[in-house]
Ligand binder design. Structure first.
Ligand SMILES: [Ca+2]
Ligand SMILES: [Ca+2]
Length: 256
């Protein structure tokens, strides 16, 4: 059983990344207008011979992933990735809008996953699994569209938001080095169908308070901080675990 794929014809390509300079804000992402391969992402298949164009397609702004019927044997995975070289410990945010329309589970509950380095989120029709080496599984309606976001401070505190609500927090996330932004099917020995509206990682090299990458720390960044008051995430500049007065002090210290 093979799913017919519709491939959007495009010519746009994303240029390879150069190493980041201190203070750069780098965005690497896909919005579903072209396939990951057309955008220069690298395809990886483990334990099966499914080709990139069999697994990933793009149509009407949605990237579709289908591995059902492509014949896994043993441990299996099919995903795409790009490598971002992060030279200094940096805050970063991974965002995606995803649904998992069908999945089997053999070993890993990742009918779809999004990840930046070892930190990510496994998604299934009835659960989500924050991961950083190991994972926890939370009951959830993953079959419906949701906005997923992982915000990580430069000190490695990471927070998973679903539709802007905190659902998980962890520590010791990777914040520098050669980090792959990746998404795809991570179900070991099983199959899944999923759709991605967009997948995007933003790296704030140097982890300053210039959250929007405008080049200056100003009122817009202060508004971002205040909008996340009391919550963890990239606005927790002093790594206390929540966005509070100490972070305003850090921001004001970088003003202008
Ligand atoms: Ca700014
Ligand atoms: Ca704080």
């Amino acid at each position: 059983m093979r799913t017919a794929l519709t491939i959007a014809v495009v010519t746009a390509l994303i240029a390879p990344l150069a190493p980041l300079a201190h203070g750069d804000l780098v965005v690497e992402g896909l919005d579903g207008s072209i396939t990951p391969m057309q955008a220069g992402w690298t395809y990886f298949a483990l334990g099966n011979a499914a080709t990139a164009s069999q697994v990933f397609s793009a149509n009407r702004g949605i990237i579709s992933q289908s591995t059902i019927g492509l014949g896994y044997a043993g441990q299996g995975s099919n995903y795409v990735y790009r490598t971002v070289q992060v030279d200094h410990p940096s805050s970063w945010t991974l965002r995606a809008r995803v649904r998992v329309s069908a999945s089997e589970q053999w070993s890993f509950p990742f009918g779809a996953f999004i990840a930046f380095g070892p930190v990510g989120l496994g998604l299934m029709p009835t659960s989500i699994s924050p991961l950083n080496g190991s994972w926890v599984t939370l009951p959830f309606d993953g079959a419906s569209w949701h906005d997923y976001r992982i915000e990580t401070t430069a000190c490695g505190r990471w927070t998973v938001f679903v539709d802007d609500v905190v659902v998980h927090e962890g520590v010791n996330a990777a914040t520098s080095g050669a980090l792959d932004v990746a998404f795809g099917d991570g179900t070991g020995g099983a199959n899944a169908n999923a759709q991605y509206d967009y997948v995007e990682v933003t790296v704030n090299e140097g982890a300053g308070a210039d959250f929007d990458g405008s080049g200056v720390v100003d009122g817009a960044d202060l508004a971002t901080l205040l909008g996340q008051w009391g919550q963890p995430g990239i606005t927790d500049l002093d790594c206390s675990g929540s966005t509070d007065g100490g972070d305003i002090g850090v921001l004001l210290g970088q003003w202008g």
